[in-house]
Design a protein around this ligand. Structure first.
Ligand SMILES: Nc1ncnc2c1ncn2[C@@H]1O[C@H](COP(=O)(O)OP(=O)(O)OP(=O)(O)O)[C@@H](O)[C@H]1O
Length: 318
């Protein structure tokens, strides 16, 4: 598969300080890439070089095989949504007008714009009849955040760049927003690059995770490999050793490890949903003091059983 974004030996200097230091990353089409690292590690600067908000000092970036320096910056940014913390919606424009911003600049017809606004509001679970004419201050934080993402995707961008997009949300809304984003990404087939300092968020969202420190990418791997084979002591410290097994369990869905012995599920055992992770299953088993748990579908019907012994095997780092 060809890379959607190819970052080749990119560096950035501010004065004498090198804040991005010879970074190379290939982001495949349709992938969700998360850049994670502590404050000041150069994550935002790297992201902002991709849409040319920040000039590159050395190296090059290609999008779909084309050097970004050869693409006029307005054209480049049209193909790339950019979402920052706190949504950045225009307060005096309605939700519909906010989403329509770039399509209007592009001179789309009114019918095409109206249809796109409706489609996006539907995709984001916001009823157009209810939300289209509301103003940002009339929405909850989570709704504002969704409108911000919808606006970034309005001109049918194939790439979405996100800089700490969920930083201002409370933990519950944040989890919901992360779930929504994953669904939307899969539905629209877009390539996402998201910056965060939160490793849990990175593990939850990323197909691939780039761990940055002091301007360098120390590891670029799948969440599973980041957890089980950290590249160096910084990476393993950043993951956190105390609960890394639980983080690993959260990457696995219960259905992957359940046994289809429905006989056991007739007994009054606690249950988890088939969309839950092994971490959720372990938590429920611990809470109820049992060594197996029933897996049920949305209708509450038992579809299998997960055993503690199988969960423990997954947690072992080989
Ligand atoms: N315009 C600028 N001029 C000078 N230095 C800058 C500029 N922008 C960023 N820096 C510096 O570059 C370094 C990296 O900043 P950057 O915002 O990329 O880090 P980050 O990992 O995204 O951090 P955070 O998570 O806090 O946003 C920091 O030391 C910052 O002070």
């Amino acid at each position: 598969m060809s890379a959607m974004i190819s970052i080749q030996n990119v560096s950035k200097q501010f004065g004498s300080a090198t804040v991005v230091d010879e970074v190379s990353l290939e982001i495949e089409t349709g992938d969700f890439c998360v850049i994670v690292g502590p404050s000041g590690s150069g994550k935002s600067t790297l992201l902002r070089m991709i849409n040319r908000l920040e000039p590159i000092s050395n190296g090059g970036i290609k999008v779909q095989g084309q050097d970004i320096m050869r693409i006029p910056s307005t054209e480049l940014r049209r193909g790339m949504g950019y979402v920052i913390q706190g949504h950045g919606l225009f307060p005096h424009r309605t939700v519909g007008q906010n989403i329509a911003t770039v399509p209007k600049l592009l001179g789309w017809s009114k019918n095409k714009i109206d249809a796109r606004v409706k489609t996006l509001l539907d995709v984001f679970g916001l009823n157009p009849d209810v939300f289209q004419n509301k103003y940002p201050h009339q929405l909850s934080g989570g709704q504002q955040q969704r409108v911000g993402v919808a606006r970034a995707l309005a001109a049918e961008a194939k790439i979405l760049l996100m800089d700490e997009p969920f930083g201002a949300l409370d933990p519950l809304t944040r989890t919901k927003a992360q779930d929504d984003l994953l669904k939307i990404q899969q539905q629209l087939g877009i390539t996402v690059m998201l910056v965060t300092h939160d490793m849990d968020e990175a593990l939850r969202l990323g197909d691939k995770i780039a761990v940055m420190n002091n301007g360098r990418v120390l590891q670029y791997d799948s969440p599973q490999d980041i957890l089980t084979h950290p590249a160096d002591s910084f990476c393993s410290q950043f993951i956190g050793t105390v609960d890394r097994a639980l983080k690993l369990l959260s990457l696995h869905n219960v259905c992957q490890y359940m046994r289809s012995e429905l006989s056991l599920t007739h007994l009054a055992v606690p249950s988890v949903l088939q969309t839950n992770s092994l971490r959720d299953a372990l938590s429920e088993m611990t809470w109820h003091g049992v060594n197996h748990i029933s897996v049920v579908n949305q209708a509450g019907q038992a579809v299998g059983t997960v055993h503690l012994s199988d969960v423990l095997k997954i947690g072992q780092v080989k």
